[in-house]
Write a protein that binds this ligand. Sequence first.
Ligand SMILES: C[S@@+](CC[C@H](N)C(=O)[O-])C[C@H]1O[C@@H](n2cnc3c(N)ncnc32)[C@H](O)[C@@H]1O
Length: 423
Amino acid sequence: MTETNPVEQFLTAFSTSVADDTFVRLVLSGPRAGGERPERVLARLVEIRRLPHLSITLRFPTKDVTRNLAATEAGAWLREQLGKEFHSALLCTVRRDWQLAVPEAGLVRLVTHRPSIREVPSRSHDLPKRDVLDVSAREWLVGLGVTDARGKVRPAMTDKFRQINHYLEILSHLATDCGWRGATVSVGGATPRELVFADMGCGKGYLTFGAWHLFNRQFRVPTRVLGVEARPELVAAGNELAGRVAAGGLLQFAAGEIATAPLPRKVDALIALHACNTATDDAIRRGVALGAKLILVAPCCHQEVRPQMSHPPVLAPVLRHGVMAERMAEWVTDGLRALYIEAAGYETKLCEFVATEHTPKNLLISAVRIAAPAGAATGAAAAAGADAARQRIGELKKFFGIQHHALDPLLAGTEQSAAAAVV
Ligand SMILES: C[S@@+](CC[C@H](N)C(=O)[O-])C[C@H]1O[C@@H](n2cnc3c(N)ncnc32)[C@H](O)[C@@H]1O
């Protein structure tokens, strides 16, 4: 290293580390004032079609933008950034770390340290899958008693931890389907607005905190999450913890009944995990009434359908076993739920979101709105799907002699009343 100019020294260290494959990472920070520069730039070295590339993530306040640059062009790109776009740069290699400061005025300084990382990271373009509830969630996981202070999941909370992780993983895929990743939602193409989620029957708020964390801290998509819960002591504890983790008004808990609690006028996602019995149906009705783009509910116990269910002759020899009648009642209840939601203009999917050993209540109903919200014109395909779902509901109810289902109001169009309690 013969250059005496610190910027040139830094650039040489960078090019050498790329050439001899000792590069670990590059971070640019301290953007120059003015303009729409990212807050930070993070770069790693990856192989794309067997050639080294710099994978660059531009971190803006509300979104990340990633682009790949051939390693042969990376030196020229970095030269453009140093001092002109950013005032600080950190280069980590397995041999040394280099910290460059290029202030607006004053001396340019380059300091070098022992390497903070001594192993060359993977050059795979696809990053290894990251758990949603990683170390960045520790503060609230400790606050909720899910983990201990060192981040170890408490034995009694293993199942809940797994449920929330898996639920959030599915939510993150659906966020992509709904077009919520890497973008703020714009109203009529104008002012971007934050997303709004409601978690109904949120209990202590494991899922409420999780959804807030996933969108605001991981996706960096501003998202207001409201937890609705009947037990005021849980609501108070949730709000207290939200204050402690500096959720900044984007995470709130409110005491109330799922069917009637005031909700924001616009709810993008209606989520619920194990809301008891027909409270799940109340949650679904609220979601439909508010035109939520996404409804994602994991039902709890089922008590409405079984007492009404007759045993069709062909099934009677099987349903005389209580356990089979119980399972069939669950099957019918959730199958009907999916059909009711389809009749309201959604595309639904049912899946098991976690293995049965972590909860027997492991069915997840996901529904993405494909029709226009109530009152607006809907496409022919969505309308035909809704009509077919109505017919299937009628046939299934008749087959099992079911007179009433908590989602019947969705068919009668009375779901508008469920939207009445809106703030
Ligand atoms: C089984 S817990 C699940 C809590 C949370 N979602 C979780 O997964 O950890 C069900 C919660 O829903 C609440 N709940 C049940 N019915 C409700 C209703 N109609 N309105 C508001 N909250 C309700 C209960 O108080 C309870 O805290």
